[in-house]
Design a protein around this ligand. Structure first.
Ligand code: ADP
Length: 565
């Protein structure tokens, strides 16, 4: 008979590949989701930077207007009305300039330090009011002509320079007076304390908010951001009372250079910034993605493990079928051979006839034993095993099993020697105990050497009956002492070896012992512990009282309890 075919490994590999592909797919989806998140985040940040840019531009524009209408333009009007540009009119000091009709947030008359008149033809600089230092006068002479040429806007009749000179922040506002031929003749203007212009940064806050009303809902606009205004060279002129981190910030400068080329930086209030983005700032999905990925990986690993178990199980089943066929074939062949010998009258003596009948009997027993095992196994697979334990003296039951097995043992020259404690009574199912002992004895003979002695023991320990079967075989490695009790499991060295087996004998033993509320384990045979020879001892431990009684007392044993070594 051929060995049963192996389970379809390529299919298992295919499923494993599918699972790994699923994992890779989940990884790719997670990566894509993360990229999307980064894209959304970048877009939201761009939107916020755009809002900051918009606010900076609006702030610059609003402040320019305020400067122009509230301060620069009234100051130039007053100078013109006082005819300060005429060489034959004496230059009026700021306090003598005519007051403007409207009250202004930053009144130029209060802020002005001095007025000046600069003759473009001869470079003569005249001042009235607080006398500027020599440094300032030189700076004016050096700065005014090129500024007039390059920056001054003749259409607006206005130029402004905001700069810190000689330690003071100065706003120079001037206009150019032409001669009759229309050629520039005189620069006339005044210097103000640039810091005094501060009220103009916040004037008109309500009318010209930094962000259009529909964008911001009911929020007080300027509280959405903070502002810093600097001179062209970066010196600070103004900062709003509250300042926010420049996470979302933008810069701009006053549009008209003639307005003093000041610069402004606006930073969005970080906690309000997300409200400006429709749907809020995208939240990082990394933790969620990582946990989903970990979950998928966990599931895939679990599925792969399960697949491996399934594969292993189907391989073991295949070995089982092969083992059963093998175990059936040998005794059947023996029975056929010796029965034919008898039938054909080929025996030469009575002794030979006896011997042939003995062999037929042995092999029939072996077959019965195997079939019994298969029936037990199949019943336990379908959860149909039923036992009827009844208190019985154990020594006669153990002896009976040993005697029944003796012919099979003798066939391999094995001596069974029993050492049984008298009077041990325990609730057992006699057939089940018989089957268990036969299985252990069969293994001892099968895996031990021919001619060995197999001691069979019965003792009482810790209030339980212990039946043990020793052998002189190779023993069971410590790592396998639990697995050998699993269905179909055979030690590596025995798989495919000449020793036929099905891998169900010990699982039947453990199941039956469990149903008695007992335990099973394997240990080194005492002889091997002494170093004399190798060998194992298989132990069955059974409670001395019926299960129901034991369950009500302390130290009860579960009916389905497994055993541990
Ligand atoms: P099998 O039909 O293969 O003997 P069992 O369930 O009875 O199935 O045993 C499971 C495996 O445990 C065996 O295949 C063998 O590898 C190992 N085994 C069982 N009994 C012994 C023993 N007495 N000595 C060495 N190995 C044993």
């Amino acid at each position: 008979m051929s060995v049963a075919s192996r389970p379809p490994r390529p299919r298992a590999l295919f499923v494993a590949a599918l699972l790994l592909l699923t994992l890779a797919l989940a990884g790719a989806i997670a990566l894509q989701a993360y990229r999307n998140f980064l894209g959304h985040k970048a877009t939201a940040e761009r939107v916020l930077h755009d809002y900051a840019r918009l606010a900076a531009a609006r702030f610059a524009n609003r402040t320019e207007m305020n400067f122009y209408y509230e301060n620069f333009s009234p100051a130039m009007d007053a100078l013109m009305r006082a005819k300060a540009g005429e060489p034959d009119v004496s230059l009026p000091a700021p306090s003598r300039l005519p007051a403007t009709t409207e009250p202004h947030a930053a009144d130029f008359r209060k802020l002005a330090r001095y007025t000046f008149r600069y003759n473009l033809r001869n470079g003569h600089l005249e001042t009235a009011g607080t006398v500027p230092s020599l440094t300032v006068r030189k700076w004016l002479r050096d700065t005014l002509p090129p500024h007039r040429r390059t920056v001054y806007d003749p259409k607006e009749h206005l130029g402004a320079i905001v700069r810190t000179v000689d330690g003071l922040s100065r706003a120079i506002i001037y206009t150019v007076v032409n001669d009759n031929a229309g050629a520039p003749r005189t620069i006339v203007g005044l210097e103000e304390d640039a810091r005094g212009l501060e009220p103009l940064y916040t004037a008109d806050e309500d009318r010209a908010a930094l962000w259009p009303r529909p964008l911001t809902g009911g929020v007080a606009y300027d509280s959405l951001g903070s502002v810093i205004v600097t001179e062209a060279d970066g010196r600070e002129l103004y900062r709003s009372p509250t300042q926010y981190a420049p996470t979302f910030s933008a810069r701009d400068s006053f549009e008209h250079p003639m307005m003093g080329a000041m610069r402004v930086q606006v930073a969005l209030r970080p906690d309000l910034a997300p409200k400006l983005v429709i749907g809020g700032m995208p939240r990082s999905n990394v933790p969620m993605l990582l946990s989903l990925l970990a979950l998928t990986a966990g599931l895939v690993v679990a599925a792969l493990l399960q697949l491996r178990r399934e594969y292993e199980l189907s391989r073991l089943r295949a070995d089982f079928v092969s083992g059963v066929s093998h175990e059936l074939r040998t005794p059947l062949a023996q029975i056929r051979m010796f029965s034919e010998t008898l039938l054909l009258g080929r025996v030469r003596s009575d002794e030979e006839r006896e011997r042939s009948l003995e062999i037929i009997d042995q092999e029939a027993r072996r077959l019965t034993h195997l079939v019994e095992n298969l029936l037990h196994f199949s019943r336990s697979e379908r959860r149909l095993t039923q036992l009827s334990p009844a208190p019985a003296p154990l020594p006669p039951l153990v002896s009976e099993a040993a005697e029944g097995f003796a012919p099979l043992a003798a066939a391999r020259g094995v001596t069974l020697c029993s050492e049984l404690t008298d009077g041990v009574v325990a609730p057992v199912d006699a057939d089940a105990l018989h089957q268990m002992l036969l299985n252990l004895l069969d293994n001892a003979v099968k895996y031990g050497p021919p001619g060995q002695t197999v001691p069979l023991g019965l003792t009482v320990a810790d209030g339980r009956a212990r039946v043990s079967v020793d052998d002189e075989g190779p023993g069971i490695p410590a790592a396998d002492r639990e697995r050998i009790w699993d269905r179909f499991w055979r030690l590596e060295r025995d798989r495919g070896s000449a020793v036929a087996g099905t891998g169900i004998g010990l699982s039947v033993v453990r199941e039956l012992v469990g149903l008695h509320g007992g335990r099973t384990w394997v240990e080194d045979a005492p002889a091997s512990e002494r170093g004399d020879r190798a060998g194992s001892r298989f132990v069955i431990e059974l409670p001395l009282v019926p299960l129901a009684q034991a369950a009500s007392g302390p130290g009860s044993v579960r009916a389905d309890a497994g055993a541990t070594a």
